[in-house]
Design a binder for this molecule. Structure first.
Ligand SMILES: Cc1cc2nc3c(=O)[nH]c(=O)nc-3n(C[C@H](O)[C@H](O)[C@H](O)COP(=O)(O)OP(=O)(O)OC[C@H]3O[C@@H](n4cnc5c(N)ncnc54)[C@H](O)[C@@H]3O)c2cc1C
Length: 314
């Protein structure tokens, strides 16, 4: 089966790519659209507004607290932040796009052929938006988890609402990392993240949640903390698969959407015959490279945060 474009991963990055393409597009994910939430789903309200996904918004906040071991500081955000429902957000985005849907597990790529457990599909333009696992860009796992390039976070639902967004940088909560509490309707999303990865986070999460009753359903995963190649051979790579997640805070929704839309625009120009595949790959790579420095500085700040004594942190 031949397509104008094949996009692997139907989350923030993949749906943003597909949204820019008018052609015969195959969108593949191993889960139903909106079924695999890993994120706390907090971002600027403007993002949901611009994407016509306001119906997914559950809560809006303007205040943020940053806590350390000895101090709490309250800030007023320049714009409202929101927490949203992942399932509704993704399905609303998908409803604005045109694509053929395939629920399948992607196992690899040979040349222009994407191999799945439901068969093989080919296209000149293939996009890996499969999240931190980068199933096509890094199929053998060799560069998937290099030490020092990933943080790990988990989260659950607390049965009590805490007003405002809270970030806690306190070694008593997580040695090298932070905890968060975000309001979501009458409840809260409570999570912990370790910059070092590999930490046993469940007991830390239980301690951090304290007496806010938490449910048993814990989800989470890896936050890539270093930017990686935006193209690999003739493959476009976007979102967490390309390390488009900001170090320090682990914010990756806005960036996945931002780079996803850019990637989609280049793919659309290729499909329309305006530019060659090579020119599209170079254009996208250059576009990402223009933002590289922000990720590099973010990573330096994160490394600094990992090392400073607690009193400096405060
Ligand atoms: C605990 C936690 C909380 C977070 N909270 C926030 C937050 O509040 N705000 C924020 O901005 N960022 C947050 N992030 C980061 C954010 O979730 C990611 O940066 C973002 O989800 C990246 O989007 P993506 O589309 O690149 O990848 P993903 O959202 O990971 O999507 C990848 C998709 O690819 C599919 N896939 C994977 N492998 C295969 C395969 N072999 N075959 C087919 N399909 C496959 C998956 O099913 C999935 O749908 C959080 C991350 C974690 C771990």
């Amino acid at each position: 089966m031949r397509y104008d474009a094949i996009v692997v991963g139907a989350s923030f990055a993949g749906l943003s790519v597909v949204g820019q393409i008018k052609g015969k597009v195959l969108l593949i994910d191993r889960r139903e659209i909106g079924a695999g939430q890993t994120s706390a789903c907090a971002t600027y309200l403007e993002v949901a507004e611009r994407l016509n996904c306001l119906e997914s918004v559950v809560d809006e906040q303007r205040e943020i607290f940053v806590h350390t071991a000895t101090r709490s500081v309250q800030y007023r955000l320049p714009q409202s932040f929101c927490t949203f429902n992942y399932d509704v957000f993704c399905r609303t985005l998908a409803g604005q796009c045109q694509f053929e849907w395939l629920k399948a597990s992607v196992v690899g790529i040979t040349g222009k052929e994407v191999i799945t457990d439901k068969g093989s599909f080919s296209s000149k333009c293939v996009v890996d938006a499969s999240g931190w696992r980068a199933v096509l860009a890094e199929p053998d796992g060799s560069r998937r988890n290099p030490a020092g390039q990933k943080s790990v976070g988990i989260e659950c639902l607390g049965q009590e609402k805490r007003e405002a967004l809270h970030f806690t940088f306190d070694p008593k909560v997580v040695g090298r990392g932070y905890g968060w509490v975000f309001p979501v309707g009458p409840e809260s999303r409570i999570g912990v993240c370790s910059y070092r990865g590999g930490a046993k986070l469940k007991p830390l999460l239980a301690d951090f949640a304290g007496d806010i009753g938490v449910d048993d359903h814990v989800h989470g995963g890896v936050f890539p903390s270093a930017i990686r190649p935006a193209t690999v051979g003739s493959l476009f790579v976007v979102g967490d698969a390309a390390g488009h997640c900001l170090p320090v805070t682990g914010e990756g929704i806005r960036t996945a959407i931002y780079f996803g839309e850019a990637c989609g625009r280049f793919v659309q120009q290729i499909i329309a015959g305006d530019i060659s595949l090579e020119a599209g790959l170079i254009g996208y790579r250059d576009f990402v490279a223009r933002h590289r420095q922000s990720f590099v500085w973010g990573k330096r700040l994160q490394t600094w945060l990992e090392r400073v004594p607690t009193s400096w942190l405060t």
